[in-house]
Design a protein around this ligand. Structure first.
Ligand SMILES: NC(=O)c1ccc[n+]([C@@H]2O[C@H](COP(=O)([O-])OP(=O)(O)OC[C@H]3O[C@@H](n4cnc5c(N)ncnc54)[C@H](O)[C@@H]3O)[C@@H](O)[C@H]2O)c1
Length: 325
């Protein structure tokens, strides 16, 4: 099977590519390296450098390689940036997907796996969040992902496409081999930001201490990137049965920012210091899912815990930090 991974030089895309190659799939990676990195391009993948916004490059890839399935992971992904540049977020995320779907239809490719996000739920008040929970995104990033989902669902009906849409909750950790992971110099996500502070002996900033949680800091559902990649690979078998579905991917274990900081202090460096800053726009108090649907229909279960996520990310940052963007 030939699989096109768009965004395969990024965090989740590179971990997924490594696993796909291990399972003997032929992987073509399309990435413009805007946030991805050279060293995350798997040596056994076929790498095409270019943007998903450039239809011509997509057409070339689909003509040259007989693509059977597309993983679409390329996107603008930073919530705070999306609050400042909403038009850029909508235009990149939606136009990129429109190009992919159009070229898939032209080339009779009928299977797509799409990376959506827990951000589509916004400030949900019912927990755990299920796939049916009301979608009320509270930032342009989440709103653009919800539009993308609608685009896929509508195109699927008209053009007989099968899709799996994954709504990822908070992803963390590096691949099990330790070679692929989150390679950002100034990360905005908690676990890599925390490890960046540990490595560089800096204080960690905690944004907000009056959220409606047990200790006033945001609560999130963290999933190990290897577990997540395993789930997305189960998605291939699901698509082979000509089925379509949306799945939440999380672990139903909620940790506050302070819980994560305490875990890092206990397991890496007890001298880590933190301070509180004002809340960031667009951050909901809580995000927690149970992923029961994915467990049942994909026969998948998360294996790795928060400690493993923090430590594997720490080791990855220490080893490859000089190559980060
Ligand atoms: N990391 C998370 O916690 C998380 C949570 C929910 C959803 N997601 C979604 O998962 C996907 C992957 O996220 P990630 O954390 O790996 O991000 P990332 O930034 O590491 O990866 C995105 C990749 O896409 C590439 N890219 C961006 N724009 C492109 C374009 N126009 N053309 C070609 N390539 C382009 C980047 O260079 C990068 O390699 C995204 O769609 C994101 O919205 C991530």
């Amino acid at each position: 099977m030939n699989i096109l991974v768009i965004g395969g030089a990024g965090y989740i895309g590179s971990v997924t590519t490594e696993l796909l190659i291990k399972k003997k799939y032929r992987v073509i990676v399309l990435d413009d390296l805007s946030t991805g990195c050279d060293f995350l391009v798997h040596p056994k993948s076929i790498f095409c450098r270019g943007s998903v916004l450039d239809r011509k490059i997509l057409e070339k890839i689909f003509t040259k390689y007989k693509i059977d399935l597309v993983y679409h992971y390329a996107a603008k992904t930073i919530v705070a940036e999306s609050m400042k540049k909403p038009i850029m977020y909508f235009s990149t995320n939606i136009n990129g997907l429109t190009n992919v779907l159009e070229v898939m239809i032209e080339h009779n490719v009928k299977k797509i796996i799409f990376a959506s996000s827990a951000a589509v739920y916004g400030k949900s008040k019912s927990f755990p969040i299920t796939e049916e929970t009301r979608k009320e995104p509270c930032n342009p990033y989440g709103a653009s992902k919800l539009c993308c989902e609608q685009l896929i669902i509508n195109a699927a009906i008209a053009h007989k496409i099968n899709y799996v849409i994954f709504r990822f909750f908070n992803v963390a950790g590096s691949s099990i081999t330790g070679k692929y992971g989150m390679a950002k110099k100034n990360p905005t996500l908690l676990i890599p930001a925390l490890n960046d502070c540990l490595i560089n002996k800096k204080k960690i900033t905690i944004y907000g201490n009056n959220y409606k949680t047990k200790d006033g800091t945001c609560l999130r559902d963290y999933i190990h990137v290897h577990d997540l990649a395993q789930a997305t690979i189960c998605g291939i078998n699901f698509l082979k049965k000509n089925k379509s579905a949306i799945f939440n991917l999380g672990t139903n274990k909620g940790y506050t920012v302070l819980d994560v900081v305490k875990m890092a202090k206990k397991n890496i460096d007890p001298t880590l210091k933190f301070f509180f800053a004002k809340k960031r726009d667009g951050d909901p108090d809580k995000l927690l899912t149970n992923a029961k649907k994915a467990q049942k229909l994909l026969k998948w279960k998360a294996k790795y815990d928060l400690k493993k996520m923090i430590i594997s990310d720490y080791k990855f940052r220490k080893k490859y930090g000089k190559f980060f963007k």
